[in-house]
Design a protein around this ligand. Structure first.
Ligand code: UD1
Ligand code: UDP
Length: 370
């Protein structure tokens, strides 16, 4: 029987790999184990708990304010022990994190095949997203199977990078599998949801905000906070901002926004509470990758506080707009979404270009055949 090792470490990887791991574990023809590096701790545990996943190996590697290099070396070292213990035939990694690229490298060093889920997204700018663009490119060089979510991703791999076409598979993105599963399992009595329901004023429109990218640390993030304070002055608006636990984000967010009663600042929301508020909100301001992919299913416009995105499909459909992080641009586009119905309606998607909810099944069928 084939030994499959799934390795992830952060919140978005966990969300997007959860439906796949659940299905792999049900499959009696494959012997699947889950290894979490715990590059994130609390934000990872929230996801494992919601999807009722238990790690077979928990490397518990997160350190407060960790550096990329120290984290990378801890992952390479600790994953090696897991590879020796379990002896997998294939290691599955996801996306663009330090965990994905270092776990892929560790597997390659042991001559173990690497399957890359969410392969082929590119900006071809090594500084944006930093360091994720290069993490993805490194993982592509190491991977044997490339599970690409869109035609654009497939073209990047085959046409631009010369990856052999027989190793690239058109699977869609498991983000939609997770979202559909999550939406079926929302508990309306959950504390975080009850608290939000109490806070939200029914006749105000809710803007949901997140931010965490390294390119936006410092001045860019301060400019987002200033824009949020301006928008929160409007009587018809309320803002919900679950703040990432990175101190470089958290400290600035609380310093600039906590005095504003029209802004609901909170710890990161559990996935079910987050998709609940995504469904309730009027629109979203974010620099997140996953949220750009989820929002079209929920028919919510997204303003992305970045200059570039590796997810151009929704931008091309005009349901996601890149605003950059300048104060004027964030305020101007938000006001347009609040006041200009035509602009708002243009940004409501009729379909989701990222997947149909059946990606996990497709990936498992490929793994079974290979
Ligand atoms: C990482 C990924 C990024 C992904 C993001 C998702 C890399 C290089 N970056 O960035 O691609 O979009 O996760 O959120 O892999 N922290 C906690 N508890 C947690 C999580 C984080 O306290 O549960 C704090 C710690 O101080 C930690 C810091 O946040 O050192 C940064 O975490 P890290 O994973 O290094 O970077 P992210 O910015 O989260
Ligand atoms: N998310 C969540 N709670 C929050 C904010 C986001 O569960 O408070 C989910 C969101 O639905 C999406 C994922 O986390 O699936 C995105 O994670 P993040 O923005 O941290 O990383 P990225 O997608 O940018 O890599």
């Amino acid at each position: 029987m084939k030994n499959i090792l799934v390795i992830f470490g952060t919140r978005p990887e966990a969300i997007k790999m959860a439906p796949l791991v659940l299905k792999l574990k049900e499959n009696t023809l494959l012997n699947t184990k889950l290894c979490v590096t715990a590059q994130h701790r609390e934000m990872l545990d929230q996801v494992l708990h919601f999807f009722k996943l238990t790690a077979d190996y928990d490397l518990d590697l997160m350190q407060k304010n960790q550096s990329l290099n120290k984290l990378a070396s801890r992952i390479l070292d600790a994953v090696d022990d897991v590879l020796l213990d379990f002896n997998p035939d294939v290691v599955l990694v996801h996306g663009d994190t330090t965990t994905s690229s270092m776990a892929a490298l560790a597997a390659f060093h042991r001559n173990i095949k690497v399957a890359h889920v969410e392969a082929g997204l590119r900006t071809y700018n090594k500084h944006a997203p930093f360091p994720e663009e290069i993490n993805r490119q490194l993982t592509a060089r190491l991977a044997d199977y490339h599970f690409a979510p869109t035609i654009g991703a497939i073209e990047n791999l085959i046409k631009n990078e010369g990856v052999r076409s027989e190793n690239v598979y058109n699977t869609g993105n498991t983000v939609i599998d997770a979202l559909l599963l999550g939406l079926q399992n929302i508990n309306q009595q959950k504390d975080q949801i009850v608290k939000l329901k109490k806070y939200l004023v029914p006749n105000k429109r809710t803007i949901l905000v997140t931010g965490h990218r390294r390119e936006n640390f410092g001045d860019n993030f301060i400019s987002l906070c200033k824009a949020l304070n301006t928008l929160a002055n409007r009587e018809d608006v309320q803002i919900v901002f679950p703040v990432h636990l990175n101190p470089k984000i958290k400290d600035i967010a609380y310093d600039h926004l906590k005095a504003n009663e029209n802004i609901y600042l909170s710890e990161p929301l559990d996935y079910e509470a987050f998709i609940w508020i995504m469904n309730e909100c009027h629109f979203i301001i974010t620099d997140s990758g996953g949220i750009q992919e989820e929002a079209p299913t929920l028919k919510k416009p997204v303003l992305v506080t970045r200059d570039l995105t590796e997810r151009m499909e929704a931008v091309d459909l005009r349901v996601v707009k890149l605003t950059g992080s300048a104060y004027d641009s964030i305020v101007k586009n938000s006001v347009a979404l609040l006041e200009n119905k035509e602009f708002y309606n243009q940004m409501v998607s009729s379909f989701n270009p990222y997947g149909d909810g059946k990606t996990s099944e497709k990936i498992i069928n490929i793994l079974m055949k290979e």
